[in-house]
Ligand binder design. Sequence first.
Ligand code: SAH
Ligand code: SF4
Length: 354
Amino acid sequence: MKDLVGLSREALLTEVTALGEKPFRVKQLWQWIYNKGVTDFTQMTNIAKPLQKRLAENYFISRPQIVTEKNSTDKTRKWLFRFADGKEVETVYIPEEDRGAVCLSTQVGCQMGCRFCHTGTQGFTRNLTAGEIVGQFMAARDSYGEWPSPTDETRFLSNVVVMGMGEPLMNYDNLVTAMRILMDGEGIALSKRRITVSTSGIADKIPNLATDLGVKLAVSLHAPTDDIRNQIMPINRRFPLKDLMEACKEYQQKLEHRQYITMEYVMLKDVNDSIEQAHQLIDLVKGLEVKFNLIPFNPWDGCPYESSSNNAIRRFQKVLEDAWFPAPIRVSRGQDIMAACGQLKSVFHKEQKK
Ligand code: SAH
Ligand code: SF4
């Protein structure tokens, strides 16, 4: 038995051909699975009963199992999903007024070990498959009953941010397969402008994102110098800032359309929040089209940092804005259910044990 969710169109064609069926079955299956959200072959009304039966004998259309679902007072929703092998990840939906973003995980845990991140403390278990990445989005859709895929203008689950657990570019091939499925016009049909992939800075993979997917890029920059970045993000020893900025330039050059890069910057008290550092940051991003996103540090049990004060964040923001960089401060969502940036974790979660 094989799961059809997560197969690329090409892989699906291979399966269909193996059954002795014509290529047009790919289109039919694709629409049922990704546009209508059907998980039961008997609901596929344009497929004759005998073929429905053969499909059901050989394949299934999966969803991750929902272990818990939590709703924040600010309407953010967080799921703990369990996959076939029992491994779990967290996924978050962050509603805005008339739309919203699903925050997807790409790995069980994370091996990057950023010092300020809760996910980092659980270590790395495994990569998610393309089906497991797409499956989180589909299960979120089930939860809001948003099938068949509405038009772009009317959907609530309108955006995807790959900012959950794990480092997406360490699971590059599955990320690409999953995002292509989400973007396919005959299925879920998310436009590439509505997908943002966030990376801690796997520089050698960044330029490929432009050509393989063309989605938006967010970089977890978090420090203006190698000295500071080395202290808080071990990946910086492998790809120092010079390489990272070079990769960002290449990404921007390779894109078909002009698109700014979001530089994420978590505000850590007395670590990276001085006025001088704001000026260094401006120098660092010369030659790039960027927007900053200042993230107040979200604490977790046993974390070694404190968030910068509101005053310090605003001072920092002013320096960037005076140099004409957009630098909004990210409003933390879902803090009461530990759903905010950097708070996700799928083992030994105190709050999950309750
Ligand atoms: N692994 C990817 C994406 C997931 S994290 C990455 O690191 O980019 C999404 C964002 O939250 C990243 O910018 C990450 O650095 C930031 N983050 C991690 N821990 C945080 C914390 N405790 N408070 C605020 N932001 C945090
Ligand atoms: Fe991994 Fe991102 Fe957390 Fe760093 S910030 S440990 S890359 S999930």
